[in-house]
Design a protein around this ligand. Structure first.
Ligand code: DAT
Ligand code: MG
Length: 150
């Protein structure tokens, strides 16, 4: 089973979209294994976005993610990485399909509401970065046999 990190960024929290965003992924069938609301330190933001250091949007990206509380959620399930990325839609909301989070709720790339891990490897690494081991819950969601064939 894959694991992936979802961040509902400050605009998602401020705009009251935490529920609708979780709803899409929960109904799709992934199992939530950790969730918390938090203020993001500059250090954590810089580690998370280290791959973008030096790019023109880097400083504003760090300012954005540290500007107000976020909600971090760890998800588990078959194909979890791709499923969350699909639900979020393209990075630039003007390119995201209707029906996706960014396609339904976003306009600017600098206010794109969410982060989703982009690979299985990064999903594991990002969950370890954002969550302590005792903040993750091992459980089985009832009815998963009606979502996953095996
Ligand atoms: P994603 O969040 O879809 O994985 P990414 O990892 O390429 O996208 O970029 C991380 C974030 O940085 C993205 O959510 C918004 C911002 N960003 C990316 N490209 C940008 C650009 N060309 N201009 C402004 N912000 C950008
Ligand atoms: Mg990314």
């Amino acid at each position: 089973m894959e694991r992936t990190l979802l961040l509902i960024k400050p605009d998602g929290v401020q705009r009251g979209l935490v529920g609708p965003i979780i709803d899409k992924i929960e109904r799709r069938g992934l199992r939530m294994i950790g969730m918390k609301m938090m203020d993001v330190s500059t250090g954590l933001a810089e580690t998370h976005y280290a791959i973008h250091k030096g790019k023109p949007f880097y400083d504003s990206l760090i300012d954005y993610i540290t500007s107000a509380p976020i909600v971090a959620i760890a998800w588990q399930g078959s194909k979890a990485v791709a499923v969350v990325r699909q639900v979020l839609g393209a990075t630039d909301p003007t390119e995201a399909q209707p029906g996706t989070v960014r396609g339904d709720y976003g306009i600017d790339i600098g206010r794109n509401l969410t982060h989703g891990s982009d690979s299985v490897k990064n999903g594991m690494a990002e969950i370890n970065l954002w969550f302590k081991a005792d903040e993750l819950i091992e459980w089985k969601r009832s009815g998963e046999e009606w979502i996953f064939e095996v």
